[in-house]
Design a protein around this ligand. Sequence first.
Ligand code: SF4
Length: 494
Amino acid sequence: MKLNITTLRNDFPALHRQVYGKPLVYLDSAATAQKPQAVIDAIDEMNAGINGNVHRAVHYLAIQATERYEQARETIRRFINAQKTQEIIFTAGTTAAINLVAFSFGERFVKKGDEIVITEAEHHSNIVPWQLLCERKEAKLKVLPVDDSGRLQIERLPELLTERTRIVAVTQASNVLGIVYPIREIIQIAHSKGEMQYITSIGCPYGCRFCAVSMPFQPRPMQRIDNELSQLHEATGFTEVSFADPNIAHFAYTAESGKNIRFDAVTRMRALGAVMRKLDASWECNMRCPDLTPDMVDAMAHGKCTHMELGCESGSERVLRDIVRKGHGVEAIRQAVKSVKGSGISTMYSFLAFMPGETMQDIIETMDLIDWIVDADPLARVSIYQFTPYPGTPLYQDAVSGKHGYPPFSPPKTMMEWGRMRLMASPIYWIAGLNFRLDNSRKNFPGDDWRLIEPYIKQAQIQWRNREILDFPVEEVEQLISAQLAKRQKNRCV
Ligand code: SF4
């Protein structure tokens, strides 16, 4: 619909005035808007005959005033397409509205060390309330910059968001620069960080030889988990939880009293699932293969689990038993695959290769098992990392002492050197990754860009088939993928 400026101006009595001998042109609407005749009439009518205490009295005028207020709320709800009238809150102006949020939500949920994100393009009314709140709470104010052309650098927003972010306060149209910002995208980025990390237990009783987790297992009571997650949900509105326990399905532990306690792991999983359904949040976790009985998988899927990591480590019975001492065998991995298949839970089956004492034949057995897994469940995701000897584990000692013919290994001396020993910087990781995670590559290299990665994928497929895993152009692939991700990120933000 085309706006007729003359008709619009006619609605505003203030614009009928002459100022300095010219028709009034008023540009300060963001601070104080002029009122159209319909609003002036409604206020006059209210003051002249309907004035009453809204929602606080039962006399005739109060009831009429309350009805008018609620009618106005409904009109605005429809106009801005809000779901409920309760979402419409009248305030004296934007500054008062922002202060209301700062003094209500902010006072209750922003704590010492939390973070609030604003942008460089904000009006004072969207800066000062947050500065003062941060001062009151010893929280941190982070500012998303604009570039020289006034473009908000929203590609930098993800790096400003952390698990301590409590509020992202952003204008849709900057009064400083007059630019309309992509608020929908900003909301999506902020909500995509709506993932919460939480642990339902500490420690692990298993003691696999490559793992540094050695604390005694202690689960949190389910009532406490329910209370804490409910409070966190109220504060942050998270939509996903990543349960960071090494394994959330252990079922036996020794209490502080020394008493040995056992509980039914499936029952506990159902209770956790009920909490997550109540909060309408999905979740992911780490599991052990032997715990994944069909009943356990049912309980997890019903409770909104969408993803899990399964540390399988090897497809060689000998390596699992003698080297890793993982506490399960190859058959447990196969049974887990059969239980998970078709449940809707996306599962990452992860393996290690090149551990001290592991032979090429062992690694080939792992590759054979991976092929079996992907055949059994085409939706399975698999990864295989080159073993990296990290301190604090028995396998690290084996590596340093060169046990079982492990190639001479001198531990790095600086953090930078440790950083270079990334698990992913190995041919076998990339050969398996490009071979088995085509969905990732398709997403990252759409359209013509596919030609960039396709030769490497073909090479990885051939090498996996031929079990040639010692050599691959790792650096070329890493650079290509980094450049592609940077390009996609830039395009997304233009
Ligand atoms: S690898 Fe998993 S099961 Fe084994 S000790 Fe570590 S946390 Fe426990």
